[in-house]
Design a protein around this ligand. Structure first.
Ligand SMILES: Nc1ncnc2c1ncn2[C@@H]1O[C@H](COP(=O)(O)OP(=O)(O)OP(=O)(O)O)[C@@H](O)[C@H]1O
Length: 587
């Protein structure tokens, strides 16, 4: 119950900050509608008694008043509904903004990559839609309290036992609470399979993966797996829903039995002459109004509980587990003109083996550094630590003697292996690399062309119907699809758009480039260093690596070798071995 009040408080605060005018209008209209209900019962009772007693004038007055009250009740309910519906939409939007902010910037990247985070995100995305009905739930609940406050004294005057009728509602609400818990548990248990089913559907519906699936004849297999995951999730949900329905049914049965008992009580009093037919009608109307409202409210309270759970989950996404305390690392040498890593280790959350262990590394400002190593050696992890996207679990990363913080991201530019394909105009797709003060990406044409030239991508706008203004990608009718290498050049140009950064990280920048483009890229590396303080290149192409000032060879999360190309070839270790193997393969 306490969590219900907490949810109510949170939602009312959100509603107040979102649109207080609509909140006040909806509250006023609903309250007026609820006030009308006991009045309708009272006027109806005396109207029937007047008709039966042959009192014409009071009966006519009562009839007119009754019609006016019923009209007012209906109108208030109708216009209140409009107000809280619109308010619900706005609150839904406000919560989605919170979710986007938290996923887009608030959550540490290493947490975001975990399946638990994905499950929680999936549940929150599905649950947020229910917010719309939550304002209605709160206002209806408030209205119910108002109806009870006015109806209970009236029922009590008819018969003290009738005054206890609303207590039965507690059984109804408790049964609904238990039912909701059962559904919650089922939803949590089904989330992983639900997400898996979505993933299979996504694989079949995306052109990139659908092509590979067709070629390999795997479409049926993926569809079958979708069906299996979907069935597993549905079975869990259906089991939960059935148990919940039984619980709700039991609660409603108890309530209806009590209500019928109360009516029998009044009928007997009418028979005994201690109550009038009008009294019976008052009890009947109030009883039905309370029962109806209880039914509506207990259903809506279920919504309120769901929204409460969604808000708790959203908060859990917004406040990830605190990062483990790191033992103090040796202080970096005073204001070295370098990025320094001191005893840096990194564990992915939930992983027992470290991806990086005890890395000590100094990367001087002005250098081009190559990170190489076999698959899984830790190159991408290290590059993300250098960018400040991951926080070391132990040790320290410092730039010019100061440990890097969240502000460091503003001094970094990167191209990752799984770069984004922004299906916008070419100018915007590149321009997103540096948002200008006016917030309009891609307006600075000379800068865009400079970045495209450095990425060897000047041919792209030339080949498009409207040059920089052309939409790239085929998600929209007017868009032109780019080749894999062209998309990579666009992403590279986006990285180059941030000029004068302290760190430029390029993770496999030549993966999709043809030999001529790769050669052009290599010759611009020196140029890149003139713009960026430090360039870090992650690659398996050792022809590119030989140009670097410093080569860092990673193996199983540690630095295995360090030096220039000539030094490492001379040393005859892992680098020399990899270099010779690749050289032989491409001869
Ligand atoms: N998001 C993640 N969650 C858990 N473990 C991860 C995650 N990403 C990478 N790892 C693990 O961390 C280790 C280092 O991975 P990383 O991607 O840094 O290697 P890499 O050298 O870049 O490999 P590649 O050459 O294949 O790109 C691997 O054992 C990998 O399984």
């Amino acid at each position: 119950m306490r969590s219900m009040w907490r949810t109510t408080r949170q939602l009312l605060t959100l509603a107040w900050h979102t649109d207080r005018r609509r909140l006040l209008v909806a509250t006023g209209l609903l309250s007026a509608g609820y006030l009308a209900t006991p009045l309708v019962a009272l006027v109806l009772g005396s109207f029937v008694d007047d008709v039966l007693g042959g009192r014409a004038t009071p009966a006519i007055t009562g009839g007119v008043l009754l019609a006016a009250l019923i009209m007012a009740e209906l109108m208030c309910a109708h216009f209140a509904h409009l107000s809280y519906f619109e308010l619900g939409e706005l609150m839904d939007d406000a919560l989605r903004q919170r979710l986007f902010t938290c996923v887009g910037t608030g959550t540490p990247l290493e947490n975001q990559e975990q399946p638990e985070f994905a499950d929680l995100l999936h549940l929150v995305q599905r649950g947020i839609g229910r917010t719309r009905s939550s304002v209605e739930a709160i206002l209806e609940f408030g209205g119910l309290l108002l109806t009870l406050a006015l109806s209970v004294p009236l029922l009590f005057t008819l018969d003290p036992l009738l005054g206890l009728l609303p207590l039965l509602a507690v059984v109804l609400v408790e049964a609904n609470r238990l039912a909701r818990n059962t559904i919650d548990t089922a939803q949590r248990a089904a989330a992983r399979d639900d997400r898996l089913a979505d993933h299979f559907l996504w694989l079949v519906s995306r052109p990139e993966s659908a092509m590979e699936l067709r070629l390999l004849g795997l479409t049926d297999e993926v569809v079958a797996r979708h069906g299996t995951a979907w069935d597993r999730a549905s079975r869990r949900l259906v089991r939960g829903e059935r148990r919940a329905a039984l619980l709700r049914c039991a609660g409603q049965l108890l309530f209806v039995t009590g209500y019928l008992g109360a009516l029998v009580l009044v009928v007997r009093r009418v028979g005994g002459g201690t109550a009038t037919v009008g009294d019976l009608l008052v009890a009947l109307v109030l009883g039905i109004a309370i029962a109806n409202r209880m039914g509506v409210v207990s259903g809506l309270l279920t919504v309120l509980r769901e929204v409460g759970t969604t808000l708790d989950r959203l908060r859990a996404l917004e406040d990830p587990r605190p990062a483990p305390r790191r033992p103090a690392a040796p202080a970096p040498t005073a204001a070295a003109e370098a990025i320094e890593l001191r005893k840096v280790s990194f564990h992915y959350p939930g992983s027992s083996t470290p991806a990086l262990r005890d890395i000590d590394l100094t990367i001087p400002v002005g250098s081009v550094v190559a990170l190489i190593g076999e698959n899984g050696a830790g190159k991408s992890t290290l590059s993300k630590l250098l960018c400040g996207l991951y926080q070391p679990t132990e040790g320290q990363v410092a730039y010019r003697g100061t440990e890097i913080t969240a502000d460091w991201l503003a001094q970094v530019s990167c191209l990752f292996q799984d770069f984004a394909r922004f299906e916008l105009t070419l100018a915007e797709s590149v321009g997103l690399g540096r948002l200008p003060a006016d917030g309009v990406p891609g307006a600075d044409e000379p800068a865009l062309l400079r970045a495209l030239r450095r990425a060897d991508g000047l041919d792209i706008p030339r080949s498009l119907p409207d040059g920089l203004a052309s939409v790239v990608g085929r998600s929209y009718d007017e868009g032109t699809e780019l080749s894999g290498g062209q998309w990579q050049k666009v992403a590279l140009a986006r990285a180059f758009l941030r000029e004068d950064v302290s760190l430029l990280v390029l993770d496999e920048p030549a993966a999709s480039l043809d030999p001529r483009a790769e050669h052009a890229l290599l010759t611009t590396f020196r140029d890149a260093t003139a713009h960026a303080g430090i360039t870090v290149l992650v690659t398996h192409r050792l022809s590119t690596v030989s140009l670097a000032d410093l080569i860092v060879v990673l193996s199983e999360g540690t630095v295995a070798e360090l030096g220039s190309h000539d030094e490492l070839i001379g040393a005859g270790g892992l680098y020399a071995d990899l270099y010779r193997t690749q050289h032989r393969a491409y001869r």
